[in-house]
Design a protein around this ligand. Structure first.
Ligand code: GLA
Length: 450
């Protein structure tokens, strides 16, 4: 059952949504008028709709994510495991979410700021309710329903996230929100959900309008729902990031992370290249989402886990753990709980960290050492140096504060955040010197001497 247009609403956006609904029906169902097969006409229609949206929607105004959101997300570690018969402790189910929620509380993650717990794909029945058109949670895996799960999570002082998709189907083939945007926004709010990750598989042309419309209807529910959008990835980054930032509290803009250094490093390179200047779109209420943290899983060495946490801190990227908290190493847990790293991640001084230099490991080589700096609101500067190279021998970096991208005129003291040691003062005549193992990182807070 598809949504019925709201003929009597005064909100122009709703009319835009009706048009979107009609036109996107045409694109998807392929049984609209012959005229609509004309691509040029379709494009004109979409442009008009976009303009209408730009005129009518001011911005996502939910007051959320004033600092980068933090939490836990099921996807990377538990994927689409629906086999509760053979793997009851790891399948996507209310039991799994409740156990993770409990661990977040007992391990101190909630109190450190990781307050969202987010279900990803594969949580629903394969079909919507035939009468109401509403999504239905899988009856075997979520027997108590999402509302009860949200209550449980809230009683633990946490917030519940849920997942949908701006296509007819999610990436794993479960029902998506296309044609059901209004219904789903109401359903999620009725259930007491606090965050929505809206994926973009099968989204098709014009999906930005769907995202903007969902943002509008979520606002209309009156429930503060953190809105996480994936469409910049599906549109290959060819989006207006300022507009994305007006629509979403956070947005994915790079490849999916997997439990491997190659993938983490790929994202670090994408963020370093900053193609389309997406870094500049970040700020209170709206953040670049570099995907989940792989800390505590199987694929990253301790140095690589540290590198991921440090880089995500430098970018003020949302910190969503995707590990089995029942079996996480003490190293990963300590890193996730590192107060200094969290403080850098949560600090907003008007800009996220930027890559300021790159040196080839050996001249002409593609293996690089790179430097990043992030201004802090206390006037100090976070300085990260990443040895992304897989060549085994540790590298020694020797650079003056100016060569590291610092602009002061005197000397700097460097505080090594990961080892709690102070070094310096460094200046143009006494450069900083540090040794960094392969695929690892050092992180300093630089203080300029007066
Ligand atoms: C996409 C997203 C992932 C995850 C899966 C679920 O690949 O990028 O984060 O949500 O879909 O199917």
């Amino acid at each position: 059952m598809k949504e019925k247009p709201l003929l009597l609403s005064s909100a122009p956006l709703i009319y835009a949504y009706m048009l979107y609904f009609l036109f996107s029906s045409a694109f998807v169902d392929i049984e609209f008028s012959v005229d609509m097969e004309n691509k040029a006409l379709q494009l004109v229609c979409l442009s008009v709709l976009n303009m209408l949206l730009l005129l009518t929607v001011d911005s996502l105004d939910n007051g959320l994510a004033l600092r980068p959101p933090m939490g836990w997300m099921a996807w990377e570690r538990f994927r689409c495991n629906t086999n509760c018969t053979e793997d009851p402790t790891n399948c996507i189910s209310e039991r799994l979410i409740m156990q993770m929620c409990d661990k977040m509380v007992t391990d101190g993650l909630r109190d450190a700021g990781y307050t969202y717990i987010s279900i990803d794909d594969c949580w629903s029945e394969r079909e919507r309710d035939p009468v109401s058109g509403r999504l239905v949670a899988d009856r075997k895996r979520f027997p108590s329903g999402i509302k009860a799960l949200a209550n449980y999570v809230h009683n633990q002082g946490m917030k519940l996230g849920i997942y949908s998709d701006m296509g007819t189907q999610t990436c794993k083939g479960y029902p998506g929100s296309e044609f059901y945007i209004l219904t789903d926004s109401k359903t999620f709010a009725d259930w007491g959900v606090d965050m929505l990750k809206m994926d973009c598989c099968n989204g098709g042309s014009g999906m930005e309008i769907g995202y903007e419309t969902m943002g509008y209807f979520l606002n209309e529910t009156g429930r503060p729902v953190l809105y996480s959008c994936s469409y910049p990835v599906c549109l290959g980054g060819k989006v207006n990031y300022k507009q994305v930032a007006r629509t979403c509290n956070m947005w994915r803009n790079a490849v999916d992370l997997t439990d491997s250094w190659d993938r983490v490093y790929k994202v670090i390179r994408i963020y370093g290249d900053n193609s389309g200047n997406f870094l500049e779109a970040a700020g209170p209420g709206h953040w670049n989402d570099a995907d989940e943290l792989m800390l505590g899983d199987f694929g990253l060495s301790e140095g690589q886990q540290t590198a991921q946490m440090v880089m995500w801190a430098m970018w003020s990227a949302p910190l969503f753990i995707s590990a089995d908290l029942r079996h996480i190493s003490a190293f990963a847990r300590d890193l996730l709980l590192n107060k200094d790293l969290i403080a850098i991640n949560q600090d907003w001084a008007g800009s996220v960290g930027h890559r300021v230099w790159q040196d080839p490991r050996v001249p002409g080589d593609d293996e690089i050492i790179e430097g990043w700096i992030k201004p802090m609101s206390n006037g100090l500067t976070a300085v990260a140096i990443l040895n992304g190279s897989t060549y085994g021998e540790p590298v020694t970096v020797t650079k003056s504060p100016h060569q590291l991208g610092l602009r002061g005129n005197t000397s700097y003291i460097f505080f090594d955040v990961l080892n709690s040691e102070k070094y310096g003062p460094y200046n143009d005549t006494v450069p900083m010197k540090v040794r960094i193992p392969a695929t690892s990182v050092v992180l300093f807070i630089a203080t300029e001497l007066q």
